[in-house]
Write a new protein. Structure first.
Length: 148
């Protein structure tokens, strides 16, 4: 997905097993942020920064949706533990990460594996991708300020 592309209508299934659709957020800007894994330090820092600035983001017209390939149960625990006020999509079939081009080969300590590149897509009120915050640009502890 690139700037100017229309985001897909069906985004996926959230932590409650509900289907999340683009049309559910008509007239709002969406912060669709992809992150590697629930309960890890960087992902927790990012989620908590968005949580702490959630009121400000909403005031600016944004709705926050997180996406990882973790399952619904993992998302429920992550939301509960960190008191997250926004929904998380359980992209267990990797459909959304592949559609947005954020799934690929990563390496850590010389080991190669497949995973999610931490990327944020800002989708405007018409459902078009307006801005992309690329993996190397995302500041997990200051992500809301980057968006605003």
């Amino acid at each position: 997905m690139n700037i100017g592309d229309k985001a897909p209508e069906v985004l996926g299934i959230n932590e409650k097993g509900e289907e999340i659709r683009l049309s559910d957020y008509k007239g709002k800007k969406i912060v669709l942020y992809f992150y590697p894994k629930d309960m890890t330090s960087g992902c927790t820092a990012q989620a908590c920064n968005l949580r702490d600035n959630y009121a400000e983001l909403r005031k600016a017209g944004y709705e926050v949706i997180g996406v990882s390939v973790d399952n619904e149960k993992s998302h429920q625990k992550f939301i509960e533990k960190n008191n997250l006020p926004f929904t998380l999509i359980a992209d267990t079939d990797k459909k959304l990460v592949e559609q947005f081009g954020v799934w690929g080969e990563k390496s850590m300590y010389g080991r190669k594996y497949m995973g999610t590149f931490r990327t944020t897509f800002i989708i405007n009120e018409e459902g078009m991708i307006e801005r992309i915050i690329a993996p190397k640009e995302v500041k997990t502890k200051d992500h809301a300020a980057q968006i605003l």
